[in-house]
Design a protein around this ligand. Structure first.
Ligand code: F6P
Length: 372
């Protein structure tokens, strides 16, 4: 694509939103695929902050990515270019002279900033927020391809996102460890997991980790039903129980538990595990302990599945750019990685279908969802 007398084609990468294991694998595959085409590669620091808040980056908000910078990073969690879930360019948090934080639309500044760096194409790696930004940039004429990432698995248009398998594997390992201590002490263990408004992590880890009840946002629960399940186990002589609670789970007729509302970012969920644990201890009269897995689910080395998916996504994004595509997201459509319009990924969230075979598997195995 490049010619000795013309500047090399420049592709920039951005990682946005909560980090997920596999981000570095995407970066490595994308950078190597681009360099092998004779292109230059750049990484925008912390979402788009490297361009929108250059003063915060005395050593440069946009860094050159070379073979050396991406060596040995496939197995690393996090992202070597940084991320943020506070820097949505269309709702950019800005501190006023009175110290009050308001949101500003800085999309045009971002478009101009990309132009000033001579960026010819952008790979935007992230969740629903990053895909929304990518769509808006595409409508402004920026050549952009999205790469879906989230441990929550709630992005539509792709069968899976990398990060999810790693999070589920870790949560399952934690449940295996908690069962032995629950059994030894004859306790109820309540385990709260992330996932935002979808119950994918709770459902998959809960079934694989032999939980006795799984509470997910898609099935509003009655705490009395969960208590009944524990009592039935006790009637059978089993004096311990494992209850997995998704952070977005809510009681029937109630609402999600929110830890914090903050200008310029999504609300922070959490606290439902504590409520469930207290209520069960009161109802059952048995010692109950709460474990919140929280950000542990986002750490560690990606599983083989997530590594391979992330590498495939990174290389596919560069192939799409090479083919002249824009306004699309790479997606897993087994056995293929293909492309879907960005709108398809952002028009709705992917929730657990309450009649899917995974849910039926759980119900057939008498796992309680707190609804019957
Ligand atoms: O979307 C990924 C995720 O880990 C969610 O599961 C969770 O609700 C949220 O991010 C937590 O965000 P933060 O890193 O701001 O605490």
């Amino acid at each position: 694509m490049s010619h000795p007398h013309t500047p090399a084609f420049r592709v920039a990468l951005s990682t946005g939103g909560g980090d997920a294991p596999g981000l570095n694998a995407v970066i490595r595959a994308a950078v190597l695929s681009a360099l092998n085409r004779g292109w230059e590669c750049y990484g925008i620091r912390d979402g788009f902050a490297g361009i929108l808040s250059p003063k915060d980056y005395p050593n440069g908000g946009v860094i050159h990515l070379t073979r050396d910078t991406v060596r040995g990073i496939t197995s690393l969690g996090g992202t070597i270019i940084g991320t943020t879930n506070r820097g949505h360019p269309m709702h950019y948090p800005t501190v006023g002279p009175d110290g009050k934080v308001t949101e500003r639309d800085r999309l045009d500044e971002l478009v101009n900033g990309l132009g000033a760096y001579g960026i010819d194409a952008l790979v935007s790696i992230g969740g629903d927020g990053s895909m929304e930004i990518a769509g808006a940039l595409a409508r402004k004429g920026v050549r952009v391809v999205g790469v879906p990432k989230t441990i929550d698995n709630d992005l539509d248009g792709t069968v899976s996102t990398f990060g999810f398998d790693t999070a589920v594997a870790f949560a399952t390992d934690c449940l295996d460890r908690l069962i032995s201590t629950a059994q030894a002490h004859q306790r109820v263990m309540v385990v709260e997991v992330m996932g935002r408004y979808a119950g994918w992590i709770a459902l998959h880890a809960g079934i694989a980790g032999s939980a006795h009840a799984i509470l997910i946002p898609e099935v509003p629960f009655s705490i009395e039903k969960v208590a009944e399940k524990i009592r039935r186990r006790e009637d059978d002589g089993r004096y311990f129980s494992i209850i997995v609670v998704a952070e977005g789970a809510k009681p029937a007729g109630g609402s999600v538990s929110v830890l914090e509302h903050e200008t310029g970012r999504a609300e922070r969920l959490g606290g439902i595990g504590d409520k469930v644990a207290h209520a069960l201890q009161t109802l059952i009269g048995r010692e109950t302990r709460l474990v919140v897995l929280g950000h542990l689910l986002r750490g560690g080395s990606p599983t083989t599945f997530d590594r391979l998916l992330a590498l495939r996504f990174g290389a596919a994004a560069i192939r799409a750019i090479d083919e002249g595509q824009s306004g699309i997201m790479v997606a897993l459509n087994p056995p293929l990685v293909n492309y879907v319009p960005l709108e398809e990924a952002t028009s709705r969230m992917k929730y657990v279908p309450i009649d899917c075979d995974t849910m039926l598997t759980a119900r057939d195995m008498d796992i309680c969802f707190g609804d019957e």
